[in-house]
Design a binder for this molecule. Structure first.
Ligand code: SF4
Ligand code: SF4
Length: 110
């Protein structure tokens, strides 16, 4: 086996270890999140990057993206979006909490 083959094998092994570790960490995080009709999703705007992953997973059409003006004119970006929760439609299922890559969504009491 060449050195390159060995390195590739090591990389694959390490990637599998990291994936397993992240998956178990996510399960622990999710298990501590309140869910159900007594709670509703809440978006921390500072952490939201408008990526729309939460909208893709929400089965209840309880999330919309809206345009927000940039805080500085020095940046030249055409769109700047944030997620908004439609409280009445939210069922508290926490799918969006697990999908958000920036941990911008938490569950709060209704
Ligand atoms: S998944 Fe998170 S970061 Fe992406 S739009 Fe939704 S709240 Fe914002
Ligand atoms: S908790 Fe469920 S229903 Fe509420 S916004 Fe998130 S994905 Fe949609």
């Amino acid at each position: 086996m060449t050195r390159l083959d060995e390195l590739n094998k090591q990389r694959q092994k390490e990637a599998a270890r990291i994936k397993k570790s992240l998956s178990s960490m996510q399960e622990k995080i999710s298990s501590g999140v309140k869910e159900g009709e007594e709670v509703v999703a809440f978006v921390s705007l500072d952490q939201c990057i408008g990526c729309d992953q939460c909208i893709l997973v929400c089965d209840d059409q309880a999330i919309e993206l809206y345009d927000v003006p940039l805080s500085t004119p020095a940046l030249d970006i055409e769109i700047n979006k944030k997620a908004k929760i439609l409280r009445d439609a939210c069922t508290g299922c926490i799918l969006c909490v697990n999908a958000c890559p920036t941990n911008a969504i938490t569950m709060i009491d209704r």
